[in-house]
Structures are given as structure tokens and as C-alpha cells.
Design a protein around this ligand. Structure first.
Ligand code: ARG
Length: 457
């Protein structure tokens, strides 16, 4: 059934139909489409535009359709309907007859699709937030267990200063915490109801748009019917937030791939979260981390695609906007899937703590602390920097770490050094002295962990 056959004298060309149709992808929000219709007819009856009996009959029909789609009784795969809106309406009329033809009173597919997409997105944003919360819980558990697991911190992928695994994980906690707050902002800003805006200019029926909005848990109705049907900002915001989530996951994955390499061996991935090679029997590959890193491009692609689709569109609705769906749905599914997989991989990863600590010891990560030692003994920092540079050079020649250099060698270069230098530059001291908030020292870390626990409550 077509919703618009009246003014046409010819059948639509089959290729045109196929090109125009969106059922193969907008079927994804059949539930939201039906929920929106139920709210709409509830409002129509309250405003006496429909009788209560008509409302009840329509709602019963809609609920039957919903349950039949849920249970695969209604076949969406082989349907010739143009979109999910026509599909539902046609089946309603088929089931309850003429009264079903009253469903579309006081609305258009333009405000209907705007509503459906918002309802769908809002649900998905909430699910994504829940997945991020699981991920944060996994990260926090690792933090809690590893406030004294020492490892090198890097800049330029060169060993820089010693930190702890808890501290390193905490950086990702911050990133995903920000991602959650972005999602909360988006939901807050998008939570206005477009339904009742009609095609673009409102309707002549005495609708109560605020009432429909409250039935669907929106904060209020939108204030401009043109913008209501033409706005896809919230999708762009969501795709931007999801791109950022993927960027964070991708960085995390990259580190896991490096840490899992034969050269680093900081971690061992669980067998259940790694894969083998068809030719090289010794291989255990970090495919999941690589795929998450790789899939980041798809989500960025969806963002750029929608920005480009919306660019230059005149008000109000244009069919271009149907292109808001496929990449967006893919980006949502991809992002959610990646968060879930990554969380599972992280939760099962084994950390080779002794390898990490050994690596922190061998790489002059305590060189800054040697300079700080001299500063505490009255040497100006710039001079201290030069002195430690010479010491490092000497250690490189001897192939030993700074804490293995004999005291007399230290004294040769600067007499300010005393026996307590070794304690001052042990990896443990280097970390535990750093206790300003945000630093890796255990005392600072414990405070932050308490804040995170409170946040996740
Ligand atoms: N499938 C359409 C979309 O996704 C629904 C709105 C159709 N409106 C229209 N005037 N053709 O945008």
C-alpha cells in the first residue's frame, strides 16, 4: 500500500521504488515507531479528535503488530512497503479496517521520522552509557589492585618517568568518564518532542503537543515546527561523541597491541580474546584490539557522511535526510560492540607485573629524580640537568642503570651525592614521592580511586 497514490496516474517504476524505499533499514526502529503512534493517538483521544473507542482499537492493533514483529510473525524482509511508517499503518488498516485510517491524523511522516529517530537514538545513547559504565568498573577494579604495580610512563613512546598501572588505567578512566558526560549532555539537549510539527508548518487540529511529549518522556515539545522536521544536530553530536569514544578505545587498543608484543610482554591476552595464525603455529594475535582500532574509521566516516548530507540543505524536510540512518545505525552498533568486546578483553588480560617493573628500572626513568636530588642539595636545576646527563651517558657506556652506578663515580661528577642517593632514586621512591592530586603516588591514587568509586555508585 502507498500512502500517497491519489494524485498519481502511473505505477512507480520498480527501480525508483527500490531507490526510494527505506524499509530495509528504518525497520530498525519499528518499536519506537509504534510507541510514538500509541502516544499520538492517546493525545488525539484526549483532545477529542478521536473517540476513546477508536483510540483503544488503534492501540490494540498497534500492540498486536509490535508483538508480531517481535516474534517474527510479520515478515519485514519480503515486504514491498516503502518504509516502516507505511508498513505499520498498512498492517493496522488490514487488521482493524477503516478506523486504522485515522492513525495519521495531525501528523506527517516528516515529524514521525524525526520522532522515531530521536526515540531510537535516546535509547541507544542510554545503552551506550551503561556499557561505558561497565568498562569503567573494569578499569577501576584494575586500578584498585595495582596502585603499587610500577611501570614506565612514556612520552614519544620513549621511557620517561615511572608510574603505576593504576595511574595509567586512570587516564582511560578519565576519558571514558568524559564520554559519559558528553552522552548526558546530548540527551539533555535533544530531549524535546518534534511530533505534532506536521510536514513543516504544524497542523490545524487542536493537538496537545506537550501532552504527547510527556507521554514519551520528553522534557517539552519543540518550539519551531520547521526546525523540528529538519534538525539532525543530535545525530551529529552523537556521532561526534561516538567518534571520540572510538578514538579513546583505539588508543587503548594500540597500547595493548604494543604491550602484548614479544618485545614488551607487559600483558598476556586471554586465549578467549585472541586468535591464531593459519600458518605460524606459535602466533597468538591481538585481533580484537586491532579490529576495534580498525573500526574507528567507520564511525568517523558516519560523522563526516552526515555532516556532508546536512550541509546546504534548505528548510525544511528534504529526502536527503533519509541518508541519516544507515551509517548512523552502523556507527551505533559498531561503537556498542567495540565497548563490549574491549571490556571483556580488558577484564581477562593478565598483567606481567614483574616485566613492567623491570622495564621501569631499565631506561633511566628515574633520571629526573636524580636531578631533583641535586636540587634538594642546593644545585640549581639547570646545572643538575647537565650533571645527570653526564651520569646517564656514563651508565649507557657501562650498560647499567643509574642505581647500579657506584657512589664514587657519582661523586666524581658532583660531590653533592651521598649514600642516600640510591634510596632517593629507587622506582618505589620516585613514584611514592609524587602525591599531588592526579600524580601516581599511592596516597594520591587512593584519593582518586575513592572519588571514582563514589562516581560509579
Ligand atoms: N523514509 C523517510 C526518511 O527517512 C521518512 C520521511 C518521508 N517523508 C517524505 N516526505 N517523503 O526521511
Amino acid at each position: 500500500m502507498k500512502l500517497w497514490g491519489g494524485r498519481f496516474t502511473k505505477e512507480t517504476n520498480q527501480l525508483v521504488h527500490n531507490f526510494n524505499a527505506s524499509l530495509s533499514f528504518d525497520r530498525k526502529f519499528y518499536r519506537q515507531d509504534i510507541e510514538g503512534s500509541i502516544a499520538h493517538v492517546t493525545m488525539l483521544a484526549k483532545q477529542q479528535i478521536l473517540t476513546d473507542a477508536e483510540r483503544d482499537e488503534i492501540i490494540k492493533g498497534l500492540k498486536g503488530i509490535l508483538s508480531d514483529i517481535d516474534n517474527d510473525i510479520l515478515d519485514l524482509d519480503n515486504s514491498e512497503h516503502e518504509d516502516i511508517h507505511s508498513f505499520v499503518e498498512a498492517h493496522l488498516i488490514e487488521r482493524i479496517g477503516n478506523v486504522g485510517k485515522k492513525l495519521h491524523t495531525g501528523r506527517s511522516r516528516n515529524d514521525q521520522v524525526a520522532l522515531d529517530m530521536k526515540l531510537y537514538t535516546r535509547d541507544e545513547l542510554k545503552e551506550t552509557d551503561a556499557l561505558l559504565k561497565d568498562l569503567l568498573e573494569t578499569i577501576l577494579k584494575i586500578m584498585d589492585e595495582n596502585t603499587e604495580t610500577y611501570m614506565p610512563g612514556f612520552t614519544h613512546l620513549q621511557k620517561a618517568q615511572p608510574i603505576t598501572l593504576a595511574h595509567h588505567m586512570g587516564a582511560y578512566f578519565e576519558m571514558f568518564k568524559r564520554d559519559r558526560s558528553r552522552i548526558a549532555d546530548i540527551i539533555k539537549r535533544m530531549n524535546t518532542s518534534p511530533i505534532g510539527s506536521g510536514a513543516l508548518a504544524g497542523t490545524t487540529y487542536p493537538l496537545d503537543r506537550e501532552y504527547t511529549a510527556s507521554l514519551l518522556n520528553f522534557d517539552c515539545a519543540t518550539l519551531n515546527s520547521m526546525d523540528s522536521v529538519a534538525d539532525r544536530d543530535y545525530l551529529i553530536e552523537m556521532l561526534s561523541a561516538f567518534s571520540t569514544i572510538m578514538m579513546h578505545l583505539s588508543r587503548f587498543c594500540e597500547e595493548f597491541i604494543i604491550w602484548n608484543s614479544n618485545e614488551y610482554r607487559f600483558i598476556e591476552l586471554d586465549d578467549a580474546y585472541s586468535t591464531g595464525s593459519s600458518i605460524m603455529p606459535q602466533k597468538k594475535n591481538p585481533d580484537i584490539a586491532e579490529l576495534v582500532r580498525g573500526k574507528t574509521g567507520r564511525v568517523y566516516g558516519a560523522l563526516v557522511s552526515l555532516l556532508t548530507t546536512m550541509k546546504g540543505l534548505p528548510l525544511a524536510y528534504n529526502k536527503d535526510m533519509q541518508e541519516d540512518k544507515e551509517f548512523t545505525f552502523d556507527a551505533i552498533d559498531t561503537t556498542k560492540g567495540c565497548i563490549k568486546l574491549f571490556t571483556g578483553m580488558l577484564a581477562t588480560t593478565h598483567f606481567n607485573k614483574d616485566v613492567m617493573e623491570e622495564s621501569a628500572k631499565n631506561g633511566f626513568t628515574n633520571a629526573t629524580d636524580v636531578a631533583d636530588y641535586l636540587v634538594n642539595h642546593g644545585v640549581p636545576f639547570r646545572d643538575a640537568h647537565g650533571i645527570v646527563g653526564q651520569l646517564v651517558l656514563m651508565c649507557i657506556e657501562k650498560d647499567i642503570p643509574l642505581d647500579k652506578l657506584p657512589l664514587d663515580e657519582y661523586k666524581k661528577i658532583c660531590p653533592a651525592f651521598e649514600e642516600d642517593i640510591y634510596e632517593a632514586i629507587s622506582i618505589r621512591t620516585c613514584v611514592e614521592k609524587r602525591v599531588t592530586i592526579g600524580a601516581p603516588g599511592k596516597d594520591a591514587m587512593k584519593k582518586v580511586i575513592a572519588i571514582y568509586k563514589d562516581y560509579l555508585k
